[in-house]
Design a protein around this ligand. Sequence first.
Ligand code: SAH
Length: 372
Amino acid sequence: MDVEKVLCMVGGSSETSYASNSTIPRKALLRIRPMLEEALAEIYRNLHPEKMTVADLGCASGPNTLLLLSEVIRIISNQCLKSGQQPPEMQFFLNDLCNNDFNNIFQSLDRIEESVRAEKVTIVVPYFVAGLPGSFYGRLLPRQSVHFFHSTFSLQWISQVPKDVGDIKNGMPLNKGNIYIGKTGPPLVGKLYQEQFRSDFSHFLKLRCDELVPCGQMVLSFLGRHKKDILDGEWSIIWGLLAESLDSMVREGLVEEKNMDTFNLPFYTPSAEEVEAIINLQGLFDIIHFQTFESNLDPFHNLDDDAVLDNVQSGANCAKVIRSVIESMIASHFGSTIVDDLFSRFATNVAKHLLKEKLKFPILALSLKKKE
Ligand code: SAH
């Protein structure tokens, strides 16, 4: 699988688009506001740049990247008003893979100012917005040119399915019956995924360190795993329910078995300890803050509310979210004809699972400062 070609959120703004199904990362972005505020204020106070460059990595095609831009404009405008200093000119880069629906974002750029004004803040910084296509596992910008990087819900996507996960051992695919690290899979699969993440994340840190100005900062949030056995991760359950849905289609002859055997997700959710160890081992960044909080897979389900929503409705809500994220990957591997049937089965499987427990998952959020 060529991840750069097939990973693409559903574009446009229809009911099934990513733009209409991106409430979960929006909630996460609102939660990390204090981290953003602290990092940006510190950069401004320490550097007082004449030109300030900010990049959002994995911006997708929904409203969250616009929310980020309005937050940054609000924070820097407030800092300028407070200090009475000349405002910097701001350059924003919106990054994602080449197939991303950048036009959908460009068409709604006017929402940035609406949202800053809604917070009753006067915009004093001139700003410029540009799309930046390409993988964040490669260099994106010139050396020492960026003041601040942000990324929400993107770094759990790894650069490739670990090479040996698709291996055939004694005539059997190594990860038979699974599409990710699954309970029925061998421990080696978990190890291979872990190694791929370690290598990708280290590389990501090195590249961003090269691109950041001295004292530049990053705020990153992505899907993680509570500290427990790699096989027991929350996403092993969620992707396990999708694997079951695919498997039922194999048994009914609607999906070819060999297609299922060769499908594995380029995805990994690390524990906070794993992430911290990689950052410390590399020694390029100081960790300023590191938080873990939970989210529910159903965007309409309040985490603190233990009332059980209609499980069938909730199953459908979860399936809509997952579909807006991986439909393109499914369609490119299995063909688009299976998509409706697959996600209707997935909704049913999720609904059944919800009778036993809610589907929650942890989010890791951290702010990092380039070491001097
Ligand atoms: N930040 C957005 C989108 C999250 S969805 C939000 O909060 O709503 C994750 C996005 O990361 C997708 O659009 C996907 O295409 C992008 N992505 C995944 N791997 C990437 C990579 N290697 N380089 C750039 N973007 C990537």
